[in-house]
Each structure stands twice: as C-alpha cells, then as structure tokens.
Design a protein around this ligand. Sequence first.
Ligand code: NDP
Length: 237
Amino acid sequence: MAAFQGKSVLVLGGSRGIGAAIVRRFAAEGAAVTFTYAGSRDAAARLASETGSTAVQTDSADRDAVIARVRDSGPLDVLVVNSGFAVFGDALEQDPDEIDRLFRVNIHAPYHASVEAARRMPEGGRIIVIGSVNGDRMPVPGMASYALSKSALQGLARGLARDFGPRGITINIVQPGPIDTDANPEDGPMRDLMHSFMAIKRHGRPEEVAGMVAWLAGPEAGFVTGAMHTIDGAFGA
Ligand code: NDP
C-alpha cells in the first residue's frame, strides 16, 4: 500500500504507544515521516531505523520549540499531534506547576502546532489531534486536569475548522478509550474498572487508533472536519 506516497507527515510525540503506531502506519504507506519525542531517545532511534522515518527531540511543553519544529518541517500534508499525558491524584493535593505543564503539552502544543502547520499546508492538508473519550466522559475522580485538557481539544477543532476550511485544510480529533500502551497497560490495576464501563471488554490496540488516523488523513475524509471521532469500545456510550 502506498496511499501516502510523496506526502510529508509530522507526528508530535511518536516514539512510543499510539504515536509509534501512527508513525509505522504512515511510513508503511509511503509517507516521508518525521516524529518528535521528549525523553525516549533509544526508542525513537529504533523506530526511526525500523521505519525509515526521522526522529527529532522536541519537548511539546516548550511552545516556541514546537512552533519552530513545525515551521522547520516545511509544508506538511499531514500533522498529527499525539503527545499528551495525564496527572493522577486528588486535585487539592496536586502541584500547580505540574498541572500547568500538562496544559502546555495537552492544549497549548496542539493549538500552536495546528496554527503554524496551517500557514504552509497545501489545499487538502490534514490536521489530526489525539484527544480522549475523557473529553466526553470522566467516570472516576483524580483526572480533572486531563479531562479538561481533552475537552479543550473539542473547541480547538470546532473553531479552527472554521478558520482552515476555506483553505481546504481539515482538523479533527480522535478520541480513544483505553488503549494498551505504557501509559495505560492492559495488565495494569485499573483494567477491570475500565472494562466495566465498556461494551467491548478489552483495551484497544495502538494500530486500531492509527487506522482511524490514516482514514482521516486520506482522500475519503475530505468532507470531515471540526469533528470528534471516538474509538473506545463504547466506554463513553
Ligand atoms: P505513551 O505514554 O505510551 O506515549 C506518549 C508518547 O508521547 C511518547 O512517544 C512520548 O515521548 C510522547 N510525549 C509525551 N510527552 C511529550 C512531550 N512533552 N514532548 C514530546 N513528546 C512527548 O502514551 P499513549 O500512547 O498511551 O498516549 C498517546 C496519546 O493518546 C496521548 O495524547 C494520550 O492522552 C492519548 N490517549 C491515550 C489513551 C490510552 O489509553 N493509552 C486513551 C485516550 C487518549 P517519549 O517516549 O520521549 O516520552
């Protein structure tokens, strides 16, 4: 398959988990892929060598570095913003600096990267941000900052779709439920609780999320924008 032959793709946060599956999918379909990472230098180097992609270290918490990375990537056909994390625990006990860092990575980076990418994207450009079903449903305590950050992406997509639509650029949010990654391993302590909310009682696989991202980036999705696309085994239903 070479559906993305000749296309330039940047994945923010691509060294592990869902991001790595997205890198593999686009690379397998012929795209020239660059991806960023924060700390996992070895994992990033292995993935780059396996897929023929390019790995660059860029902390998504650093606004100016994110903007420079997008700008220096040249005209992109596809931008995927995947980097993101959760801080768990009692909101009354949490370190405000850590919460602000979460907002920088999970909200500010998607906004600034999307705007910077749209400056140079050709018509037909695609922006896809990885949100979460927790933007719709937060059934447990201790994750308010994460839920807030993923809900914010819904407004980002709805608003920027209006700005970018006349230029032929789409922007969409993919909202996974529990996906088996380092951040949320299926054999972790929350497994039974999470599965109790779901109709399909298993964690999703990163490759399943990458499949939805590839469809949104492809030619069949040109009329799809400003929308949330949930892939969650009915966690949020
Ligand atoms: P992982 O923790 O397994 O991987 C996160 C990836 O993002 C890594 O490549 C990591 O780089 C990168 N990253 C994290 N912080 C930064 C940063 N500051 N700068 C640059 N890169 C960064 O997470 P998942 O694959 O599980 O999650 C990916 C996305 O999917 C996140 O946005 C998450 O919120 C979302 N999501 C995940 C779900 C799940 O159940 N797994 C469910 C719903 C949404 P490095 O390797 O260098 O640390």
